[in-house]
Design a protein around this ligand. Structure first.
Ligand SMILES: Cc1cc2nc3c(=O)[nH]c(=O)nc-3n(C[C@H](O)[C@H](O)[C@H](O)COP(=O)(O)O)c2cc1C
Ligand SMILES: Nc1ncnc2c1ncn2[C@@H]1O[C@H](COP(=O)(O)OP(=O)(O)OP(=O)(O)O)[C@@H](O)[C@H]1O
Length: 308
């Protein structure tokens, strides 16, 4: 899979391309339906499969509320795209050029002139171009002129609920990890480097790997979660605290994992934390002893949860 990060670097005119369009934050089951169809059709028709997406969410320029927090950091998103065997992911900045581009110009200048699109695939609610004026009807209108095939995917639902990045962000921030995982079709996860904490966990008998988190990434509500940590491609059972550690005064938010039955130096390593289930909410304890007792109990319940 090749990643293209600027419009000037797109050099696909000599190919015929199939193109999926959208933000794809989370790459949830709805998105996956589009991607699997794209790759399948492209393979059968000897087309290059292309995803055209943005590094920043379009709402960072179009909404007074700014961009929503991201489910997937940029690196995490590319890692997930890689699993689908896509030939090219074009991830460019959603800038003033995109914001002001009339929908018809987007089709002509980018989809036709840069990508030579012969097959396009979008979801039922896809919107694009200046003030989001372009929609599936416009894409259907332009078909006659540019002769591309267009696949419009109906709303993919679970239990009558339409799967969307917006819904999943809310599940995560409400701590509804099982629901987020169901809609994502995999475990919700965060990636980062292991950094130094206060070193207190070690003294308390439960050392923790503190994760540095990219700004703008959606985090689960403060609480304790059953998780697996992936370090150097090895998977470890763990229990992760997300929160402000109120027992110790006022602190910035931290994400820290206690890897079960493990004690080694991990500073500087990359870690992925996969979230499985919410164990409990964050609590403020009267003192260290009460916190330690509770964490020991959490560790026991984690072992029961993971059947170890
Ligand atoms: C499983 C687990 C549960 C935790 N639960 C809480 C909690 O409910 N309240 C709290 O104030 N801190 C909680 N903590 C965080 C500890 O306060 C934190 O690990 C300690 O301050 C050590 O931080 P350090 O890694 O920066 O040294 C929890 C930590 C773990 C590993
Ligand atoms: N549940 C779904 N069923 C079918 N297509 C979908 C579904 N969700 C998204 N798509 C399509 O996938 C592409 C990328 O989706 P996009 O990320 O723009 O939407 P989204 O998941 O609804 O995000 P948000 O909630 O932030 O609007 C678009 O073409 C969109 O129409």
């Amino acid at each position: 899979m090749e990643i293209i990060t600027s419009l000037e670097r797109i050099d696909l005119k000599s190919y015929k391309c199939g193109v999926a369009l959208g933000s794809f934050d989370g790459i949830h089951i709805g998105h996956q339906t589009l991607l699997m169809n794209l790759v399948d059709v492209c393979r059968k028709n000897k087309l290059k499969s292309v995803v055209y997406t943005f590094t920043n969410h379009p709402r960072s320029l179009t909404s007074s509320n700014g961009a929503p927090s991201r489910i997937l950091s940029e690196k995490n998103k590319f890692d997930v795209f890689r699993e689908f065997d896509i030939d090219y992911v074009i991830s460019v900045e959603f800038d003033d050029l995109h914001r002001n581009l009339a929908p018809g110009k987007f089709i002509e200048d980018i989809l036709m002139n840069k990508l030579n699109m012969v097959y396009g695939i979008v979801g039922f609610d896809y919107r694009f171009g200046y003030k989001a004026q372009g929609d599936i009807n416009l894409l259907l209108d332009y078909q006659r002129q540019f002769k591309y095939e267009l696949k419009i995917v109906d709303a993919v639902k679970i239990e009558d609920e339409i799967i969307s990045s917006t819904a999943i962000r809310k599940f995560i921030s409400d701590g509804l990890i099982n629901k987020a995982n169901l809609f994502l079709g995999r475990k919700y996860s965060v990636l980062g480097k292991i950094v130094r904490g206060k070193g207190l966990g070690h003294q308390l008998g439960f050392p923790t790997a503190n994760l540095s988190i990219d700004e703008g990434v959606v985090l689960p509500k403060p609480g304790v979660y059953y998780t697996k940590c992936i370090i150097d491609q090895k998977i470890y059972y763990s229990i992760t605290s997300v929160g402000y550690n109120p027992t110790f005064g006022e602190n910035p938010i931290t994400v820290e994992s206690h890897i079960l039955d493990f004690n080694d130096n991990l500073y500087g390593k990359e870690m992925e934390i996969q979230f499985y289930h919410c164990c409990r909410g964050e609590m403020k304890f009267s003192g260290v002893d009460a916190l330690v007792k509770q964490v020991q109990h959490d560790i026991k319940t984690a072992k029961i949860y993971f059947n170890i």
